[in-house]
Design a protein around this ligand. Structure first.
Ligand SMILES: [Zn+2]
Ligand SMILES: [Zn+2]
Length: 326
C-alpha cells in the first residue's frame, strides 16, 4: 500500500509540474496553485477509478449480464457523464465553489468564537484507531446520503432533477454518474457542509469518497451479482440497487421508492424502505412508457431537467393559466 501511495505521489507531482502548472502560468491564474494541486489529485484519483471500473466491472458485466445491450447510445451518454464527473466538473466545482464557500463559513464561525467539535474530539477512541475512525465516518456519511436521497424522491422539485438518474433503461456501471448538474451541485454542497460540520480530515475524505464511489459504480452494473443472504444486508449490491431503479417500485409508493442506501442497506432496514427481493426488474420511470421524454444526449437531458425543475417550482395558478392558454 505504501508503495502505491509513493507511486501515486510521483505521478501526481509529474502531472502537476509538466501539465497543470505551465497551463496555469500561461493563463495567469497562479494564485490558485494550491487548489489546482489538490484538484489534480482528485482528477487523477478519478482517472484511476475509471481504469479500475473498466478492468473489473466490464468483464463482470460481460460474463453475468441481465439484459442485451440494445441501446449503445444511452450507454455512451453515461460514459460521458462519468468522465465529466470524475475528470473535470466535480473536482472543479469542489475547489472553486465549495472551498471558498467553506472559507466564508469558517471565517464567520471563527469570528463568532465558535470552535467546531470533530468526531475525534467527541469520541477520543476514534483518535487512537484510524481504521475505526474511517468506518465511523463512512457510516455517518452514508446515513447523511440516505436522507439526502429520500428527499430527492420526496420533494417534487428535487425529483424533477433526480429523475434523470432514474430514466436510464439500459443500466450499466457507468449509470452512477448520470445526474443533473444542478442535482450534483446541491448534493455536493450539502455534503461538503456536512463533512466540514463533522470535521472529516481532507486526506480521509478522498479515501472515503474513492471507496464509496467504487461500490456505487458496481451497484449500477448490469450483472446478476448478489452478495448472498447475509452479504446483501451488509453492503449494497447490484441486485439491491437495481430494485431502486425498477419501473414503478423505484419511485412510487409510500416513500416514493425503495432501497435508497448507497453503501449500507441497514438504513433502509431501519427506516422501512428495504426490499431484498430476488430478480432483475426492468429499469426506468413509469411515465416513459407513456412517451414522456427525458432526453437522449447530455444537453437534451440537462435542458429537460431544468424544465421539469422550473415547472415543479412554478406556482400552481401559473401552471393552470398555462394550461388554459395552450
Ligand atoms: Zn433515486
Ligand atoms: Zn442509482
Amino acid at each position: 500500500m505504501g508503495y502505491l501511495v509513493h507511486w501515486f505521489g510521483l505521478l501526481h507531482t509529474w502531472v502537476f509540474e509538466t501539465l497543470v502548472q505551465p497551463a496555469m502560468f500561461a493563463i495567469g491564474v497562479m494564485h490558485y496553485v494550491e487548489e489546482a494541486y489538490l484538484g489534480t489529485e482528485l482528477a487523477l484519483v478519478g482517472g484511476i477509478q475509471v481504469l479500475v471500473m473498466i478492468a473489473v466491472f466490464r468483464p463482470l458485466e460481460a460474463l453475468t449480464a441481465i439484459e442485451p445491450r440494445i441501446d449503445r447510445h444511452a450507454i455512451r451518454t453515461d460514459v460521458l457523464y462519468t468522465l465529466l464527473a470524475k475528470l473535470g466538473v466535480l473536482p472543479t466545482l469542489f475547489f472553486f465553489l465549495l472551498l471558498p464557500l467553506e472559507g466564508l463559513i469558517d471565517g464567520a464561525l471563527h469570528g463568532m468564537g465558535v470552535v467546531r467539535p470533530t468526531l475525534e474530539t467527541l469520541f477520543p477512541l476514534l483518535d487512537a484507531d484510524p481504521v475505526l475512525a474511517f468506518f465511523a465516518y463512512l457510516v455517518i456519511l452514508d446515513l447523511f446520503g440516505y436522507w439526502i436521497h429520500r428527499m430527492q424522491h420526496r420533494f417534487d422539485w428535487w425529483w424533477a432533477l433526480h429523475a434523470l438518474h432514474h430514466s436510464q433503461r439500459q443500466m450499466t456501471f457507468w449509470t452512477d454518474n448520470r445526474n443533473h448538474v444542478l442535482d450534483d451541485l446541491i448534493v455536493a454542497l450539502a455534503t461538503a457542509l456536512f463533512v466540514r460540520a463533522i470535521g472529516v480530515p481532507p486526506g480521509q475524505f478522498i479515501a472515503l469518497a474513492a471507496f464509496a464511489v467504487l461500490i456505487e459504480n458496481l451497484s449500477h452494473a448490469d450483472t446478476r451479482l448478489w452478495f448472498g443472504r447475509v452479504g446483501e444486508r451488509l453492503l449494497v449490491s447490484p441486485r439491491f440497487h437495481r430494485w431502486h431503479h425498477a419501473v414503478g417500485d423505484g419511485h412510487e409508493g409510500h416513500c416514493r421508492g425503495i432501497n435508497f442506501g448507497a453503501l449500507f442497506p441497514f438504513w433502509d432496514m431501519l427506516f422501512g424502505t428495504a426490499d431484498f427481493r430476488d430478480g432483475a426488474p426492468a429499469t426506468g420511470i413509469r411515465d416513459q412508457a407513456r412517451g414522456v421524454d427525458y432526453g437522449r444526449g447530455w444537453w437534451a437531458q440537462q435542458f429537460l431537467g431544468f424544465r421539469r425543475f422550473f415547472a415543479a417550482l412554478a406556482p400552481r395558478s401559473l401552471l393552470a393559466r398555462g394550461r388554459q392558454l395552450s
